[in-house]
Design a protein around this ligand. Sequence first.
Ligand SMILES: *[C@@H]1O[C@H](CO)[C@@H](O)[C@H](O)[C@H]1NC(C)=O
Ligand SMILES: *[C@@H]1O[C@H](CO)[C@@H](O)[C@H](O)[C@H]1NC(C)=O
Ligand SMILES: *[C@@H]1O[C@H](CO)[C@@H](O)[C@H](O)[C@H]1NC(C)=O
Length: 664
Amino acid sequence: MAPMTDRKLSARSLGLSVLSFIASISTASAKIASTGLSVNFNDVDYYISPFSSGKVDFKAKDLSKVPTVLGFKPVTVVQGGVSQKDVSKLLTTWTETDDVYQEGFAEAVFLAESKGKKPRNIIAPRHKGPAKPDSTSIITTKNTDIPSGPYFLEVSTGSLYPVYRLYEDFAGSFVESLIPTPDGKFQVMSAQTSGSASLTIGVPSRLYFTKTEKKPLAGVRIGIKDIYRLAGVKGSNGNRAWYNLYPAANYTGPAVQRLIDAGAQIVGLQKTSQFANGESATADWVDYHAPFNPRGDGYSDTSSSSAGAGASVAAYEWLDIALGSDTGGSVRGPAGVQGLFGNRPSHNLVSLDNVMPLSPTLDTPGFLVRDPEIWEAANAALYGKNYKSLAGAKGKKVKYPKKITTYQFPTNANTPVQKLLLEFADNLAKFVGGTVTASNLTNDWVSTAPAEAGGLPLNQFLNTTYATLITKEQIELVREPFYRDYAAANDGRRPFVNPVPLSRWAYGDSVGNDVLQEAYRAKATFMSWFNSKILPGVADENQCSDSLFLYTQSQGGQNPRNRYRNAPGVPFGFSAGRISVFAEVPDVVFPLGEVSSFSEISKHEEVYPVAVSIMAAKGCDGLLTKLAQDLVAAGIVKVPKAGGTLAGGKVLMRRGLEGVHDHQ
Ligand SMILES: *[C@@H]1O[C@H](CO)[C@@H](O)[C@H](O)[C@H]1NC(C)=O
Ligand SMILES: *[C@@H]1O[C@H](CO)[C@@H](O)[C@H](O)[C@H]1NC(C)=O
Ligand SMILES: *[C@@H]1O[C@H](CO)[C@@H](O)[C@H](O)[C@H]1NC(C)=O
């Protein structure tokens, strides 16, 4: 792939090219490169990649009727030995299945020769479908390397450039919009569509990509939390001083690289609460504005730290999945309040090299996603050999555990939330042919705790464990080198840090190494107790887990972002959400539905997501993803849509004047 020549720069960059030309006379060292071009085509904003997909031969007269902008013409490539009579039908399908493709690209079609069969050259066949205008030119081409789809053809060179459609990040969920470069790095996507203080995200046509066994994520559009380093891209960890201090990463960490190798298309880096510590909108998010939760009245907190991941997948149909991370709930929280599937995986399934740590002892990379099929493929790609998939072929037949355990679940179905949770547990039990048992971990601990626990109740034994691990480890691995590097570069100064990480780190500074060692021991003690007494694995790999362990993830609360809050504290205590953190077991979120409540912001009833968390024995991640697929197939769980509600619909903050005009 070759970069565009500077002769074909956009109007916007033309001034720069002239200046550089003058400079090059005197210095002979000027460097200039296209960063792409943006165009508006039939009222849709597009970005033309600066990296060519290949060349085609044509005669100028073949394309004389096709419009030109700055030396480019919109065209279509059709591969795969499609016969001329089927082209029209195919292009109609494309307009329905790909948000980037539009009828306008069909004015000129490059039809690749199939082996042996050569379509007749340049004719304008009669056709019925709407996707192909009467003036269509069909040109045969021998080039079979260029994927099917829409392109902009550089008339002067015959080079075809891929097309991205531009979308506004109205939920404020991204920090940088990216495209891949031919050398395996990333660079900024340089176009901007209209939006109010929003970034623009570009997504490539889905038609360029074909899923294969080696590329199960081909064309899957993904956002990446801004703690994973990408080659060629500066990261922030939610901190502006960090962004400015450090250079772009020189390599992509192995976790994200696996997704790229599987064909995933990274469209941008997404907001994290600072240093992946939990923060509340709007008070705590000082360096960057918190993303917006599209559900309900549009002003509920997104939960954090994978806040951009949750907001974007809940808001945008054009985004398939997001990679977040979960140390103490940073995937599960955003998945719950935004009505998405999400997973905290078993600990240590894949290296987190070149990812900012909160606590390596507890950090895990996980996804937020609407479609469980994509979830399964993404898990298999990210966790590799450590992922025991139970989906599909290879002679494996899942055998679900018949024991369903609930923890801190409602005891009666008086409210719509309780009803949703209890109905789900019942339906699940029926589905697996088993029974539901309510558990009381506090009591179980009292009766079976190991001697190392010293007779302490669970909430005292583990009270400071999480707070100690995340602060002591992050202070050493992140804060200390950051403060040192920043001071060295800025005459001894301190960088700005948000109140939440500062208050947590202050706790870490206040306790000694003995407390840290004690925290390691407490975590290990709890893990071995829980994983043997409460949620053990089983030898049969088609079942994997002795039981399924359920707790409440999200209860349809509002948590409005326009509240003045107390000063941030330290995350002491023990709760259901800490179990998987310490026990290293997979903990996934399923959206169950929505409940209605009155919003003091919209002065209207709005609906908010209810979600359950389900844990299985350590290493049984594949069992839970398979369960999501099977419960969707059985109609027990619904695939959530992007939009204002789980059934889709406009996001409240995006509602326009259509309704007003209708009533005038
Ligand atoms: C990235 O840069 C660091 C620091 O300069 C260097 O030690 C490392 O070898 C580089 N890694 C790669 C993959 O280029
Ligand atoms: C567990 O049992 C204790 C003591 O019997 C009780 O105080 C507590 O509320 C119970 N917890 C749950 C989650 O049922
Ligand atoms: C947890 O630790 C904090 C800080 O030491 C303390 O204030 C709180 O009372 C403790 N809670 C329990 C349940 O032990």
